[in-house]
Design a protein around this ligand. Structure first.
Ligand SMILES: [Fe+2]
Ligand SMILES: [Fe+2]
Length: 263
């Protein structure tokens, strides 16, 4: 059974640069470091508030074309059975259950309903620590681009045990359905437009702060460049939002509304 949404995985070109960015700029803590010897890939888990990002830095940068967010990972206590059940239900097999490259536990990969890469992990430790305190009050959500929002809700409910938390619809010209699903602390956001969308299946992560405007000022002082138009009022009418990019172009959103799990 899947019991936790554990992390969003990101491939990074420079481990030191990314660790510096997440720890020094965003106040994350390193909660685990490992090496995948076969590809000489450094694997560093950083935690912000209660949520984790897995930074994967391959020894040979030219070994990959795409850097940035790569997958969402779930913990399970029955990897083989869960993988089998999901594949039998018609989802795409990527990597059959095997011993993890780091040697810690076993894992598998498969394709979700919107082309997102999903990792299933079975191991003794989740690596998660008690909440890390910093300017980041909570790891608000991981956002997935969703051309099939019905398929997404079906998959994440039936196959991963997530529950639908919130649903918003923004009228045209935005024409955007936003569905939030959670597994305990961790939340996925699905963004759906009537017009098909292209781009990375994992669009951004969102971090909740006390004041977006104050945080923009603070981070700008540390050299962070925000996207034009940031900060601005959120499309939902709840609070403010600002957008910037991590070292490998991964999109990060700051929000300052109430905690999604309490709105
Ligand atoms: Fe992962
Ligand atoms: Fe978002």
């Amino acid at each position: 059974m899947i019991y936790e949404l554990n992390h969003v995985g990101a491939f990074v070109t420079d481990a030191e640069k990314s660790v510096d960015f997440y720890t020094r700029i965003l106040g994350a803590q390193i909660v685990r470091e490992a090496l995948i010897p076969s590809t000489n890939t450094k694997c560093i888990y950083v935690q912000m508030a209660g949520g984790m990002i897995e930074l994967l830095a391959p020894g040979d940068v030219s070994s990959r074309l795409h850097y940035g967010f790569d997958h969402v990972a779930f913990m399970t206590n029955s990897l083989d059975a869960d993988y089998e059940k999901i594949i039998t239900a018609g989802y795409t097999p990527f990597v059959a259950p095997k011993v993890a490259g780091s040697g810690h536990g076993r894992l598998a990969f498969l394709g979700g309903p919107n082309g997102e890469r999903i990792e299933l992990i079975e191991r003794d430790e989740t690596y998660r620590k008690p909440e890390v305190s910093s300017d980041i009050l909570s790891f608000d959500h991981i956002s997935l681009l969703s051309n099939d929002v019905v398929g997404a809700e079906k998959f994440y409910t039936e196959q991963t045990g997530m529950a639908t938390l919130k649903r918003y619809y923004l009228e045209p010209p935005r024409d955007l359905t936003m569905v939030y699903m959670n597994h305990g602390y961790d939340v996925l956001e699905f963004l759906h437009k009537t017009e098909p969308q292209t781009g990375d299946p994992i669009g951004h992560i969102a971090l909740r702060v006390d004041s977006v405007d104050a945080m923009v000022e603070k981070l700008s002082g540390l050299g962070v460049v925000f996207e034009p138009g940031s900060p601005k009022n959120a499309g939902t009418g709840l609070g403010r939002v600002a957008v910037f990019k991590g070292p490998d172009g991964e999109k990060i959103e700051l929000v300052d509304r109430n905690d999604l799990r309490e709105v």
